[in-house]
Design a protein around this ligand. Structure first.
Ligand code: F0G
Length: 458
């Protein structure tokens, strides 16, 4: 008999999960104004709000924590992280930041001026926020196929090169300080970008003399998909693939809370010494001195180990196997989601699951509340609440897709938890015809409203 697949690690510490009754959850959700961000974590049974900062560190990472050097300047932890970044990404310069959006803040402060244009493949919301906050414009050049949730193609997060070239032709290069390529494409469902598309995007950028910035939150998962799906890469190691990806980049920002498998941290790295000099002032002002930026020495050490460990095939395979397991169970039950399963999450297609709900009643948010009530599972709305209002007209920006993201933290839940999630989705799917009304907003902030929005049941 062929032995079944098992994770390449065993568990050394556990954390108790609290369960609850449906009545308790109804009360808590009401008190949270139907915004799952307002729940206390102990009111949640399985937390799929994000895979960011929620992973479980290895024993070697915890051991590295004890080796952290907290010197204000010249800490040895900094040099260990620097050596790792140079070795894995080939980037000569870097500035540590407290998380991904802080890296965006530092580099965009140095790069952007009002009126600039920043094209990309579905900018993440904080990236877009940092661009729009500076009175610049983020132009989405993602391939159209990304919006068709049922289309099964291997690299569904790619940049549409024709769209990108049109942007380059429409504005002078002085007005386009960089192109942002996000791997994997979180907004499109954790969908990867092929090496070919990365290379061709870089070539196009080079032809128009525009720097390429790779938003690298899930770079290792992207490399896994290149290895397993793209011709010519099956025999290459993840580290070799990562080295090739970054040979095409001029700048990288990273939220290390994802594929770095740490609870906090990030950095911006680059090849250009002059850009480093300009960005340094913003790092010192907003984050901290250059040899720690926004991170403790111990966090830099844990990250150095995390980057090395998570660019190994077995680790990535275990993780993506788990996301794919959830996808397979949903397939069995006929529940529609963004296909194929992404790297870090399953994105349920809320519009297809709740077709009778009007878009004005927040379809994906309604599904997220249903899943919480059903089994204490917390996902994230990627729909109208997140899309927010148009900054000029203040009208709701109804997105093409209403998705509920179920992000799987790294090395935290077992396959049994995955089966509970799938069963809860199935129960909702079976009574979908009974769900005919959604929610109405009673309070919202002028920017990034989804974090603090308050709703009431219709
Ligand atoms: N870029 C991408 C692609 C991201 O997914 C995120 C964060 C960031 C940048 C910002 O990084 O949170 O460390 O400041 N994504 C998290 C998520 C929040 O849940 O997907 P950060």
């Amino acid at each position: 008999m062929k032995l079944p697949y098992a994770e390449p690690y065993k568990i050394k510490a556990t954390e108790a999960i609290r369960t609850s009754t449906r009545e308790e959850r109804e009360q808590w959700l009401k008190e949270a104004h139907y915004n799952l961000f307002n729940l206390r974590s102990e009111q949640v049974t399985i937390d799929l709000l994000t895979d960011s900062g929620t992973g479980s560190m290895s024993d070697k990472q915890w051991a590295a924590v004890m080796c952290g050097d907290e010197s204000y300047a010249g800490a040895s932890s900094y040099f260990r992280l620097k050596e790792t970044i140079q070795r894995i990404f080939g980037m000569p310069y870097f500035l540590p930041t407290h998380q991904g959006r802080a890296a965006e803040n530092v580099i965009f402060s140095a790069l952007l001026k009002a009126g600039d244009i920043v094209p990309g493949n579905s900018h993440f919301d904080t990236t877009k926020g940092h661009i729009e906050f500076r009175k610049c414009h983020a132009i989405d050049c993602t391939i159209d196929a990304a919006a068709d949730t049922q289309l099964e193609i291997p690299f569904k997060g790619e940049m549409d090169l024709d769209k990108l070239e049109k942007v380059f032709q429409s504005y002078p290069k002085e007005q386009i300080p960089c192109t942002v390529l996000t791997i994997t494409n979180n907004t499109a469902g954790g969908q990867p970008v092929s090496m070919r598309n990365i290379r061709e995007t870089a070539e196009l950028c080079r032809r128009y003399e525009i720097p390429l910035l790779i938003d690298s939150a899930r770079f290792a998962e992207n490399a896994y998909f290149i290895k397993t799906r793209e011709e010519g890469y099956a025999d290459k190691s993840i580290k070799e693939i990562v080295a090739e990806i970054y040979s095409y980049a001029d700048i990288m920002t990273i939220s290390a809370k994802k594929d770095g498998v740490v609870n906090m941290g990030g950095f911006v790295a680059m090849r250009d010494a002059d850009l480093l000099r300009r960005a340094t002032s913003f790092c010192i002002m907003n984050e901290g001195f250059v040899t720690y930026g926004g991170m403790s020495g111990r966090d830099m050490d844990a990250l150095a180990v995390g980057l090395d460990e998570n660019t190994e095939y077995e680790q990535l395979h275990a993780r993506i196997h788990q996301v794919q397991l959830l996808g397979e169970l949903l397939d069995e039950y006929g529940i529609p989601y963004q296909r194929p399963a992404g790297g870090h999450a399953i994105f349920l297609d809320a519009k297809k699951i709740l077709p009778n709900l009007p878009k004005e009643q927040y379809v994906a948010q309604t599904l997220s509340c249903e899943l919480y009530l059903e089994a204490g599972i917390r996902g994230t709305e990627i729909g109208t609440l997140l899309a927010d209002r148009d900054p000029e007209t203040r009208e709701n920006r109804y997105p093409k897709l209403e998705l509920l993201r179920l992000a799987i933290p790294r090395r935290v839940y077992t396959d049994n938890h995955i089966r509970v999630i799938a069963a809860a989705c199935r129960n909702i799917f079976e009574r979908r015809d009974e769900i005919t009304s959604g929610y109405r907003i009673t309070f919202e902030a002028p920017i990034l409203r989804h974090f603090t929005v308050e709703l009431e049941k219709l």
